[in-house]
Design a protein around this ligand. Sequence first.
Ligand code: FE2
Length: 177
Amino acid sequence: MLELDPARLREIAASDRPLAPSECAERARLAAALIEPGRLDRAGPGEAVLLWRDEHSEAWLNLWWQPRDTGYHDHAGSGVGVCVIEGRAWNEPLTIGEPPQAREYGPGETFWFPGEGIHRMDHQAGAITIHVYSPPIRAIGHYDLDCGQLRRTHGLPDQPSPPSTALYAALHPPAGA
Ligand SMILES: [Fe+2]
C-alpha cells in the first residue's frame, strides 16, 4: 500500500499563509515526485487518499481506476493546483458565450484554477492525479440546470460531485445544431 514519508509531505505543505493556485500546482508537482505508480494497488473503483491537511492547504492523491466526470462545481473559494502523474485529465472552466475550453493534461503536466472559478474535470480510467487546495476545502457547490434554470447544490468537501448532465448538454450542443 501507499507509504509516503510524512516529514517530506509536511515539508512540501509548509506555509505560513494560504497558497496561491500556482503555488498549489507547484506543491502538487513536488508531491507527485514521491509517488511510484507501479506500486499502487489497482483493485477497486479507485479512491482519494488524503496526503495532508493543515491550516493553509490540503492535498489528495486521486486514483481514477474508472472514468470520472466531476460535473461543474466550485470549491467555495479554495483555489486548486493539479499535477497529472499517469493517464489523462481534462479541465474545463464553465464558459458562457464562448466555446467550451476543455484542455487536456498528461503525465508531468500541472495546471491551476482560481477559487472563484467554476469548472469540471474528466479523468480517463487509470489516471492518477494530485490535487492541492488552498485554503482547505470547506464546501463544494455543484451546478446543473433545473428546467433551464441554473441551480447550485451545496455539497460536503469530501462528497464527490455528480456529472452535470443538463448543463453539460446545454453548453455542448451537437455540431450543426
Ligand atoms: Fe474541482
